[in-house]
Design a protein around this ligand. Sequence first.
Ligand code: YXS
Length: 259
Amino acid sequence: MELIIKSYANRIGTLQFNNEGKLNCLSHTLMDELMRGLHELEQEGAHVIVLRAKPGVKVWSAGHDINELPEPRRDPLSYGDPLETLLRNIQDCPVPVIAMVEGTVWGGACDMCCSCDMVIAAEGSTFAMTPAKIGIPYNASGLIHFVHHIGLNKAKEMFFTARPTTVHEAWNNGFVNHEVSKEELETFTYDLAGKIGKNAPLAVRAIKAQFRLLTRGALIDAETAERIQAIRRKVYDSADYAEGIKSFKEKRPPVFQGR
Ligand code: YXS
């Protein structure tokens, strides 16, 4: 693995992003390595896994690799998209996964934190959901994640404004378990991971599995699911989605026309 550094000690696995040059953006390769790392660490006997970036990063992860977003007219966040598959892999990982965050977190990387079982973030961290800046309709499972974690109004504000949420707001919203100083981030996180690692692994796994089943979101009927898909298709078929990606690549502000 090149874009992820995997390590294991005392029942705690660690997966560290290793692509600062591209701001640890979630490329298909990096996400494949993350999923492989989760599986391997669980097989090696990890009782808990920490996701992290290198100490001192300014950008923890810049989110989905925009260069790998599908061209317009294709769903950018379909069920089989590597990002969606990664999020489910984290949620379904039999052992708890902790996001240890410093720096800024963007787009799909925020949803990745949401999919983890806990988030411990250093002072000065921020979290921004930016699909509306790029012209992406997001998707039902992702939106439900945020409603569950931070409540409907805060989730709407995060998505509609696309502004970075401070770690203190995120802690207040329940998105972050602990806000700690940069100096104590690593010690605090691994102490907490150690507490989990010492508990009965079968019980911890069973409790995580029950949380996963109990929080799968409200059941929706087939017609509602189809209506959601129709609403989303109008957006990823739009000229605005094409403009969102094009403007990012041309390093200029997007000019959205509402069509
Ligand atoms: O020009 P070079 O080749 O040096 O590359 C630049 C950026 O193009 C690149 N880069 C990215 N490449 C692909 N995907 C990305 N998400 C991405 N972000 C950055 O990294 C190099 C350095 O970027 P630069 O010059 O902008 O650095 P900066 O320090 O001035 O600004 C850092 C950021 C993170 C504030 C800025 O790069 C930024 O705003 N990036 C986009 C963050 C974002 O909106 N991510 C969401 C991606 S879409 C997604 O996750 C979901 C699909 S959704 O949108 O639905 O949530």
